[in-house]
Design a protein around this ligand. Structure first.
Ligand SMILES: [Fe+2]
Ligand SMILES: [Fe+2]
Ligand SMILES: [Fe+2]
Length: 479
């Protein structure tokens, strides 16, 4: 009798798998996998399983309220995006190029069922956290029918055709270090291009008639018809190698900007959750169409900067093939989908198009801001002393944390939500704003750290004592 009572009590307790507390404890547990811990290196070559997530601070972070348009590039967002991409990619096959035996343990840990289960639990919460802002930012209204959507997309094709320049390319060419800016750009693309079309391939499983076969044709192109030398990800490997960059996936994990991760995650999000299939059709139309001009302009800029050393085949191939893909998506996927499933799917298609467009624009601006940030390293260094003087004079009184670190201690790249002042009491710090881009800070020097800008640091002396002041807005401090 007693046993029966206990059993019925147990079964009546509902397991709250959608609650925040459960998500949070699974996230902390996920972060315990040693593949994700801090590293002492900036680059991680040929080991796609290790991706630093700075998990030791997971338990301090609050993911309970979704991001908004105004806080998309915060520390929490960077963490959520790094983690979500890791979760998505745990169902892609990754193999190192060399020394598998040495990396076998990492391989097994990355695909461990417990880690995969935790990943699946935290995924929907992270998706909501990152992408809910799209619901408020984009509203698809009005009476859409097939003719209207076709007209709208034809107009976009014309807009792309008539585009003659790109702010991103102008920023790269106008940078104080165009080679670095161009490489930083290629690094942003590498997160997605080295696994190109893996996200979309999630849509080729199942059974949905002739649309499925039409989509498969696009995928076949992306995979170079099974000829490895022409697979698009392979073409991009050659582009990277031609300018002296590593071509193994996620070597530059620490140098992906928040928005680059977000854009990559967005396509995984709508391809992984098949209730978003119609959104995906709009998003892929945006991607294939935009890519025609994007690749043309990128190839031009890369040629200008690297001369004939760069292997631009990736870009030139896309100028050609994406003319076809854009048309195939509109004629063979979108229009037939509407006639099969009804005009009720149009708002989803338009939403996907607008969402992909908005996130791409956010990523462009984030990249432009990061180039300016890295270019102005010495200016931000020069600003440190006037801000420090204000603190010394007691004119401002910001919160301060002191750190004492030994030689070689590496602070994994991150961002801050407000401006900070880093001031070196003793020793030497290499303050890093990009791959192989840094400012040396000696005792009595420092730098202003602009909010949302990616940076890291490494100690270059036996010991370094430095203070971090949370100054909020450096311009206000100086006014
Ligand atoms: Fe492609
Ligand atoms: Fe394509
Ligand atoms: Fe920092």
């Amino acid at each position: 009798m007693q046993t029966k009572t206990r059993l019925s009590q147990e079964t009546s307790t509902t397991l709250n798998i959608t609650g925040y507390d459960f998500f949070k404890s699974c996230l902390v547990e996920y972060g315990k996998c040693d593949l994700f811990k801090d590293t002492e290196e900036w680059l991680l070559e040929d080991n796609p399983y290790r991706r630093t997530l700075r998990p030791h601070i997971f338990h301090h972070l609050d993911f309970s309220k979704p991001l908004t348009r105004n806080n998309l590039l915060t520390y929490n967002s960077l963490t959520a995006n790094r983690t979500l991409l890791t979760v998505y990619e745990s169902n892609f096959v990754f193999m190192p190029k060399h020394d598998f035996a040495l990396k076998r343990q990492d391989f097994e840990k990355f695909y461990d069922p417990k880690l995969l289960t935790l990943g699946n639990i935290i995924r929907p919460w992270l998706e909501r956290y990152i992408f809910s802002f799209l619901d408020t930012e984009i509203s698809v209204t009005g009476n859409w029918n097939t003719a209207a959507v076709e007209e709208y997309f034809q107009e976009y094709i014309e807009t792309v055709k008539n585009t003659e320049n790109s702010q991103v390319m102008e920023t790269i060419e106008g940078s104080k270090d165009p080679v670095h800016a161009a490489k930083t750009f290629l690094i942003q693309l590498a997160g997605d291009f080295l696994v190109e079309s893996s996200a979309m391939s999630r849509n080729i499983l199942g059974n949905y008639g002739s649309l499925q076969s039409e989509l498969f044709k696009v995928v076949i192109d992306e995979y170079g018809y099974g000829v490895h030398q022409t697979k698009h990800s392979k073409l991009f490997e050659e582009t990277l190698e031609s300018v002296g960059l590593e071509s193994t996936p996620h070597t530059y994990w620490q140098f992906y900007l928040t928005s680059s991760l977000m854009l990559n995650n967005y396509f995984n999000y709508i391809c992984n959750d098949h209730s978003h299939f119609f959104r995906y059709l709009g998003a892929i139309f945006y991607a294939e169409t935009t890519f025609i001009k994007f690749c043309e302009l990128t190839a031009k800029t890369m040629r200008k900067i690297f001369g004939s050393t760069i292997n631009n085949r990736y870009f030139t191939e896309h100028v050609h093939i994406d003319h076809h893909h854009s048309r195939m998506v509109l004629e063979k996927l979108i229009k037939p989908a509407i006639s099969t499933y009804g005009e009720g799917i149009i708002p989803d298609i338009v939403r996907g198009f607008e969402e992909a467009k908005l996130i791409s624009e956010i990523a462009d601006q984030d990249f432009i801001d990061q180039v300016h940030w890295a270019d102005n390293g010495l200016n931000y260094k020069a600003l440190a002393l006037p801000v420090y003087a204000k603190i010394q004079e007691g004119k401002i009184n910001p919160k301060m944390q002191q750190f004492i670190e030994p030689r070689g201690e590496l602070s994994v790249t991150h961002v801050h939500d407000g401006d900070e002042l880093c001031y070196i009491e003793s020793g030497v710090m290499k303050f890093v704003t990009g791959d192989d881009r840094y400012t040396i800070l000696n005792a009595g020097e420092g730098t202003v750290i602009q909010h949302n800008r990616l940076h890291g640091a490494i100690i270059e002396s036996e010991e370094c004592v430095y203070n971090i002041y949370s100054i909020g807005d450096y311009q206000k401090c100086l006014s």
